[in-house]
Design a binder for this molecule. Structure first.
Ligand code: UDP
Length: 367
């Protein structure tokens, strides 16, 4: 086989951005992926004319203008603004936590009224310096919002009690005292018209790509195929779980085509009570304002990761962060391997941050 400058392991967003930049600089790249498609978890597949987010809803949002311009080179983005709805028993609320949520919860109208109720509930909980997700949520939105919209959802999603989870997970979401249902505070937001796969395809132009190719088998037969490796798989697996496995959450999707044009009236509906086994239902067509006769929905079930299923979310709590630090030290001693992306860096990354991290590596590596 030909020798390459880089072997990129994983055709997801991190690996694809790196390959694109490397090719631009005249380097040769071989990208391998164990799946039968490119794009990693941003992969979308057309079903009934609808772009289905096969690995969960991906909504692009960023405040980084450079990254927004970067990604717009590879697709035209629509005007989609994420405004999920939460269902708790027979009650329906707007997300993120804003005046629409508070007004429905307490039958009030003004920010002053909402603030007074939250303040009273915060006092009752007696929290001054929030140490975990539960305390953070109680302190930001009070007990009612926590009990109905946060506790059950979070415990389903993470399989841990809210008091054992880091506060940063809930700080991802806006809490605001305006009637604004935009789930993100970022300056730029949208969905690529025609799906995400085209982005990966364009990023990988000029690279050789091998699918259904497992790194271990491949490198055993092709040692020395490249001067350097960009590795975007699980960092603990790479080192044979030497210090023990890192924890991940996995997600399983039950996807259905329905013979109706509009099932739930919104792209994202969260089911926040503990008793409903799934966390949310995604109705994919609404990401692109689809007018198809049918619809495709995915129910999302969360579980602990184990060998043989897909890892999705790193569990960035204290225990795992310490363990990751040990793997990171090993990784830094691997002079010809760069670890990147959600699994290689063990980080709960949004897409814009993945692109930024990849471009940062490019800056040092390719100049
Ligand atoms: N969350 C919640 N209730 C909701 C939606 C989110 O409590 O209805 C919390 C939950 O802890 C979740 C976190 O907010 O893990 C982050 O949610 P986000 O929607 O950003 O998660 P992602 O889309 O990355 O799965």
């Amino acid at each position: 086989m030909k020798k390459y400058d880089y072997l990129v392991v994983g055709a997801g967003l991190f690996g694809s951005v790196f390959a694109h930049e490397a090719v631009k600089k005249g380097k040769s790249c071989l990208v391998i992926d164990k799946r039968n498609h490119i794009g990693g978890n941003i992969y979308t597949e057309e079903i009934e004319g609808i772009n289905v987010h096969k690995y969960g809803a991906h909504i692009f949002h960023t405040s980084d203008k450079e990254i927004w311009e970067y990604v717009n080179q590879f697709a035209e983005f629509n005007q989609y603004i994420n405004s999920p709805v939460a269902i708790y028993k027979d009650e329906l609320y707007n997300l993120p936590f804003n005046m629409n949520t508070f007004s429905k919860m307490w039958n009030i109208k003004t920010p002053k009224e909402a603030k007074e109720i939250i303040e009273a509930q915060r006092k009752e909980a007696n929290i001054s310096n929030p140490q975990n997700l539960e305390e953070q949520a109680l302190s930001l939105a009070g007990r009612d919002v926590y009990e109905k919209l946060i506790k059950g959802y979070t415990e389903k999603q993470w399989g841990r009690s809210c008091s054992e989870l880091p506060a940063f997970i809930i700080k991802r979401l806006p809490f605001r005292f305006t009637y604004d249902n935009n789930y993100f505070n970022d300056r730029f937001q949208g969905i690529p018209m025609g799906g995400y796969t085209q982005i990966a395809k364009k990023l990988l132009e000029g690279s050789d790509v091998l699918l259904e190719t497992d790194y271990r088998d491949f490198i055993a037969k092709n040692a020395g195929i490249a001067s350097k490796i960009i590795y975007t798989g699980m960092i603990d697996e790479f080192f044979d779980y030497k210090f023990g496995p890192l924890e991940y959450r996995s997600v399983r999707f039950e996807t259905e085509v329905l013979d109706t044009d509009n099932y739930q009236g919104n792209a994202v509906v969260n089911y926040t009570e503990r008793e409903v086994p799934y966390t949310r239902i995604i109705e994919h067509k609404h990401f692109e304002f689809g007018k198809q006769e049918k619809t495709v929905i995915s129910r999302e079930y969360s579980s602990e990761w184990k060998v043989g299923i897909e890892p999705y979310y790193p569990v960035n709590d204290e225990k795992n962060s310490k363990l990751y630090a040990k793997y990171k030290e090993l990784a830094e001693n691997e002079k010809n391997i760069i670890f990147g992306g959600r699994l290689g860096m063990y980080k709960y990354f949004d897409m814009d941050k993945v692109i930024r991290a990849a471009l940062d590596v490019c800056k040092t590596e390719l100049n």
